[in-house]
Design a protein around this ligand. Structure first.
Ligand code: AHG
Ligand code: MN
Ligand code: MN
Length: 335
């Protein structure tokens, strides 16, 4: 049988699940941009793309050259096609307007252009995370500037989400709200080819991911849970756990979608005003949508992440996601 490319998959989705043609186009454009980013990432030192820009983003983080380049690639690819009303990104303080010379479309695209910045220069997997929302009607009819308010929709409103991971293989993992599928970039064909159908997160696991160096700053429920994981067979959980922490959310979530596990970035006492490190709109929401669509669970310790009403584009949130049994356990400890 000939390989099922992303294009063919999306066309078949239009036939069987009424995926709108403009959403199909949007996903194809994002995938094309991710191929371009993969190409840049892969060049590394040969392309002069490693290292820092010497600038900071809105969260006060140092921007890498590849953060900025990836952001530009996504903007340029997506602004002219008429499928978007606006974009927002980790690397831009405010919402991005579609330039007046191009038609506006029905969707909003939110992204983390390059996730795992700290790993770029050391040749460890990084990725692009994206989330697609519908633009509320009131902003479509207005001719004036699209504002941040249009984007502030809970994760349950996402119509699609996914990530590209730039690792030993470049992959695109996607949900349109009916399960999760994975494509692998065939560099000879230049196409993403369907390689992972109906991805499922195992309900149980013996693997956890957390940055242990922050232990002293955690809240009590997280301390208790991780203590129990560490006591292994002799503790209340009655089994030994293994730990993995890549420090690229994309890579940690990809592992969990592949073989299960729990990923945690809890809120901690380092910056009490911020509920955790990860960002709701372009990290936690798309990943939570994928994880739930694959049969896993995702909470901020207190509630389902997808139910949170966002209050800002760059809002942070605590994240507990992955195998259901473990996410429910640590969430229970918070109650
Ligand atoms: P980004 O590179 O987009 O800023 O995101 C990095 C995030 C996430 O990918 C990862 O899970 C986490 O930061 C790692 O945090 P620590 O450096 O605290 O381990
Ligand atoms: Mn990130
Ligand atoms: Mn990033």
């Amino acid at each position: 049988m000939s390989p099922v490319t992303l294009s063919r998959y999306l066309i078949e989705q239009t036939r069987s699940n009424n995926t709108p043609a403009d959403l199909r186009f949007l996903i194809e454009v994002v995938a094309r941009a991710c191929k371009a980013i993969a190409h840049q990432v892969q060049k590394g030192a040969l392309g002069g793309v490693l290292g820092s820009m010497g600038t900071e983003n809105v969260q006060g983080e140092v921007q890498k050259k590849l953060d900025v380049l990836s952001n530009e690639i996504l903007l340029e690819a997506n602004e002219w096609g008429g499928h978007l009303a606006g974009m927002a990104s980790e690397e831009m303080d405010n919402a991005y307007q579609i330039p007046g010379k191009y038609p506006k479309g029905a969707y909003l695209l939110v992204f983390d252009p390059l996730d795992g910045s700290s790993n770029i220069d050391v040749n460890v997997s990084v990725g692009t995370i994206f989330s697609v929302l519908r633009c509320p009607d009131q902003y479509l009819s207005q001719n004036d500037a699209l504002n941040e308010q249009a984007f502030l929709q809970p994760g349950t409103q996402q119509v699609a989400a996914g990530y590209a991971i730039y690792g030993p293989q470049t992959m695109l993992v996607l949900t349109l709200g009916n399960g999760v599928i994975g494509f692998t970039l065939d560099r000879e064909l230049g196409s993403f080819v369907l390689t992972h159908e109906d991805i499922q997160v195992p309900q149980t696991t013996a693997e956890f991911a957390i940055n242990m160096s922050n232990q002293r700053h955690w809240e009590e429920p997280v301390k208790r849970y991780v203590d129990e994981l560490l006591t292994g067979q002799d503790g209340p959980l009655g089994k030994n756990y293994n730990m993995r922490w890549i420090a690229s959310m994309v890579a940690d979530v990809h592992r969990i979608l592949t073989r299960g596990g729990i990923f945690m970035y809890p809120r901690d006492a380092r910056e009490p005003s911020k509920p955790g490190k990860l960002r709701l709109m372009y990290e936690a929401n798309p990943m939570s949508f994928l994880i739930e669509q694959a049969g896993g669970a995702s909470t901020d310790g207190r509630q389902r992440i997808l139910d949170i009403q966002p209050e800002g584009l760059h809002q942070r949130v605590a994240v507990f996601l992955g195998s259901k049994e473990e996410v429910e356990r640590v969430t229970g400890y918070h109650q």
